[in-house]
Design a protein around this ligand. Structure first.
Ligand SMILES: [Zn+2]
Ligand SMILES: [Zn+2]
Ligand SMILES: [Zn+2]
Ligand SMILES: [Zn+2]
Ligand SMILES: [Zn+2]
Ligand SMILES: [Zn+2]
Length: 171
């Protein structure tokens, strides 16, 4: 019985000599995966926002980038109705022999447009006249976190040395 066991063990040892050696893969330290630069963001971890082209601002959609709207009451002239000082004549003293232009309406005879405060346009309430608004896709950063690497800039990939097994076989 003891002899039989001895043979068995020696057979086992002998067969071990024949078995190829399995070693931990040096490339990935046995993990089976290696970190490589993210191919989508070139390792930056962020991507340029496509909506604003990296500016963080986009043209205001409300006013189409005009910053405001032409006043519909005075059609952009800034003047509306009759000048209350010259009663629409344009002259400060109609009865005078040498009338001069009314200083309140510059001789136009037209009153001030109360709707637009004489500006001729109404400021866009969305962009407050800036013509641009903060990009809502990137919140004004101009950059977006890379989803591929979750902002890490690196992605794990199956180790090419050991095909992801973490071990290398030496024959
Ligand atoms: Zn490996
Ligand atoms: Zn006037
Ligand atoms: Zn107006
Ligand atoms: Zn606007
Ligand atoms: Zn953006
Ligand atoms: Zn990435």
């Amino acid at each position: 019985m003891r002899y039989f066991v001895f043979i068995f063990i020696s057979l086992f040892l002998f067969s071990c000599e024949e078995t190829p050696k399995i070693l931990q893969c040096m490339e990935c330290n046995g993990i089976g995966a290696v970190e490589v630069e993210c191919f989508r963001c070139d390792g930056y971890g962020v991507l340029r926002c496509g909506l604003c082209g990296g500016n963080g601002r986009v043209t205001c959609g409300e006013c189409n980038g005009n910053g405001g709207f032409k006043c519909t009451l005075c059609w952009g002239t800034g003047r509306f109705g009759e000048c209350m000082y010259c009663l629409g004549t344009g002259y400060n003293s109609p009865t005078s022999s040498s009338p001069s232009n009314c200083i309140f309406c510059n001789g136009t005879g037209r009153g001030k447009c109360y709707h637009c405060n004489c500006r001729g346009y109404k400021l866009c309430q969305v962009c407050k006249g800036d013509r641009v608004v903060v990009c809502n896709q990137c919140d004004g950063y101009g950059k977006l976190r890379c989803e591929e690497c979750e902002g890490e800039g690196k992605v794990k990939k199956e180790c090419p040395e050991c095909n992801g097994s973490g071990r290398k076989i030496f024959k």
